[in-house]
Design a protein around this ligand. Structure first.
Ligand code: SDX
Length: 424
C-alpha cells in the first residue's frame, strides 16, 4: 500500500489506502473498514467529512473560491460560453464541435414535445401549488409517457432520455408558470436558440409577437451556466442515490427537483427575496435582521449566506453580483432591494459572527434580483435554478451509471430501545 492512513482501535492497528485526486485532494478509502474491524463504521451527519464518490465533472475549492466544470473555470464559461455548450461539456466531458452542438440541439428540439395528457396532470393542481412541487410531479410523470427511459443498459435509450429531458423540462417550466398566470400553454419555437426558446415559452403574450431582449437572453444564459453543476450538493447527491437503485433518469431528476426545493438549498433564492422584501417593509432595518440571524433562539437565518463548502466568497455570487448591476442598469430598473442586499452584505462581511463562521454570500444571494428584474415571479426562482442544474444532474447521473456505482445504502448507529417482548 503506497500512501496510507492507520487507525488504532483497542490496540489493534488497521491500514487504509489514501486516494489522491487530480487536484491533490486526499481521502481515506474506508470501503474495507466494517469488514476488517468486525463491524465498526464511521458516523458523519450531513456527510460533512465524507466523500460519496470520485467524479471527473466539477472541481471546487471552498477555501480558495474556485469552481471548474471539466477543468474550465466558471468565470470563463459564464463570460464566453453558451448554456447548451456547457450542458454538452458537463454530460459528455468535452466542449462540443460546431457539428456536435448542432446535432445535440437538433435532437433536443426533436424531443421537446410533451404529451398532451400531461396537461391533465397539470390541470389537477390548484393555482396555489408551489411550482417546484408541480415541476417535480410532471417530471416524474414523463416516465409514463417515455417508458424506454428506464432502460439504463441501453446507450441509445439513455442518449434519447438525455435529449428528451433537456427538451421537455423547459416546456414543463413554462407550463408550470403560465398555468398559475392563467395563460395559454405552448411548445415553443424550434427556430430559436435554447435560452431564447425558454424566454419565449415563458413570456409570450397570446395577443402579441414576442420580441427577444438580448439583455434578458444574456442574463439567463449566464445564470443557467452558473447553476449548471456543483459537485455532490444535496440535490445532486439525491439524483445519484436514486439513480443508484437503477431507477430511470426522469424519476432521478424529479427527486433532485424535490431536494432542491428546500430553503436551505435551492429554495434559498426565493427565501432571499422574501427576506429582502421583509427588510424593505421594515424600513430597511438590516441591523434587526442581522441580530435575528445571530440569535440562537431565533430560527431565522440570513438567507443567501453561508455554504457547506465555500468558506470564502462563492465565485458564482461574485459574478452574479456584477451581472445584477449590469442587468438593472441595462433595463433601466431601479430596485431598492439591490441596495438593501449590498448593505446587508457589507454589514455581514464586517460582523465577527459571520467572519468567524466564514459566512459569505452564496449563489442564491443576488440571483433573485436578476430573476425579478426579468419579470420572473418569486415562486419560480427555484424552478429557474432547477433548469440551470439539469445538465449537472444528468452528467452526474450518467457518470454514476457508466461507472456502475453500487446502490447507495449508508449504515447507522442504532440508539433506540433494546430488545423487549410484546405484552398483550
Ligand atoms: C445552495 O452544497 C451546495 O453546493 C449547494 C449550492 C449548489 O450550487 O448546489 O451551492 C446551492 O444550496 C447554496 C446555499 C443556499 N442556502 C442558504 O442560503 C440558506 C442559509 N444558509 C444556511 O442555512 C447554511 O449556511 C447552509 C445550509 C448553506 C450550510 O450549512 P452548514 O454547512 O450545515 O453549516 P451549519 O448549519 O453547521 O452552520 C455553521 C454555523 C452555525 O452556527 P454555530 O452553531 O457555529 O454557532 O454557522 C451558522 C450556524 O448557525 N450559520 C448561519 C448561517 N449559515 C450558517 N447563521 C446565520 N445565517 C446563516 N445563513
Amino acid at each position: 500500500m503506497s500512501e496510507k492512513a492507520t487507525l488504532e482501535i483497542n490496540g489493534q492497528k488497521y491500514d487504509f489506502p489514501i486516494v489522491n485526486g487530480s487536484e491533490n485532494e486526499k481521502a481515506i478509502n474506508i470501503s474495507s473498514l466494517r469488514a476488517v474491524t468486525g463491524g465498526i463504521t464511521t458516523l458523519d451527519p450531513g456527510f460533512k467529512n465524507t466523500g460519496s464518490c470520485q467524479s471527473a465533472i466539477t472541481f471546487l475549492d471552498g477555501e480558495k473560491g474556485i469552481l471548474r466544470y471539466r477543468g474550465y473555470s466558471i468565470e470563463e464559461l459564464a463570460e464566453k460560453a453558451d448554456f447548451l455548450e456547457v450542458a454538452f461539456l458537463l454530460i459528455f466531458g468535452d466542449l462540443p464541435t460546431e457539428e456536435q452542438l448542432l446535432k445535440f440541439h437538433k435532437d433536443i428540439k426533436d424531443n421537446s414535445i410533451v404529451d398532451d395528457d400531461i396537461r391533465k396532470i397539470l390541470d389537477a393542481f390548484p393555482k396555489s401549488a408551489h411550482p417546484m412541487g408541480v415541476l417535480s410531479s410532471l417530471t416524474s410523470a414523463l416516465t409514463a409517457f417515455n417508458p424506454t427511459s428506464v432502460n439504463i443498459d441501453s446507450e441509445e435509450d439513455m442518449y434519447n432520455s438525455v435529449v428528451k429531458i433537456l427538451g421537455k423540462l423547459p416546456v414543463l417550466v413554462a407550463w408550470t408558470m403560465r398555468k398559475k398566470q392563467g395563460l395559454p400553454l405552448d411548445y415553443g419555437d424550434n427556430s430559436l436558440g435554447y435560452v431564447e426558446n425558454v424566454l419565449k415559452m415563458m413570456f409570450k403574450q397570446p395577443n402579441q409577437d414576442y420580441v427577444q431582449n438580448p439583455i434578458l437572453v444574456n442574463a439567463l444564459n449566464k445564470l443557467l451556466i452558473l447553476h449548471a453543476d456543483h459537485e455532490q450538493n444535496c440535490s445532486t447527491s439525491t439524483v445519484r442515490i436514486v439513480g443508484s437503485s437503477h431507477a430511470g433518469l426522469f424519476a432521478s431528476i424529479s427527486s433532485g427537483i424535490s431536494a432542491l426545493w428546500g430553503p436551505l438549498h435551492g429554495g434559498a433564492n426565493q427565501a432571499v427575496l422574501e427576506m429582502l422584501e421583509a427588510i424593505k417593509e421594515d424600513g430597511g432595518d438590516t441591523k434587526k435582521y442581522m441580530a435575528k440571524a445571530k440569535d440562537k433562539s431565533d430560527p431565522f437565518r440570513l438567507m443567501g449566506f453561508g455554504h457547506r463548502v465555500y468558506k470564502n466568497f462563492d465565485p458564482r455570487a461574485k459574478i452574479i453580483k456584477v451581472a445584477a448591476d449590469e442587468v438593472l442598469n441595462d433595463l433601466g430598473v431601479e430596485d431598492p432591494i439591490l441596495d438593501i442586499a449590498k448593505s446587508l452584505e457589507k454589514e455581514a462581511l464586517a460582523d465577527p459572527y459571520f467572519v468567524q463562521r466564514k459566512l459569505y454570500p452564496n449563489v442564491d444571494f443576488y440571483s433573485g434580483i436578476i430573476y425579478r428584474a426579468m419579470g420572473i415571479p418569486v415562486d419560480m426562482f427555484t424552478v429557474m435554478f432547477a433548469l440551470g442544474r439539469l445538465p449537472g444532474w444528468i452528467g452526474q447521473w450518467q457518470e454514476m451509471r457508466l461507472r456502475k456505482e453500487p446502490i447507495g445504502r449508508p449504515r447507522q448507529i442504532y440508539n433506540g430501545q433494546t430488545s423487549r417482548s410484546f405484552k398483550a
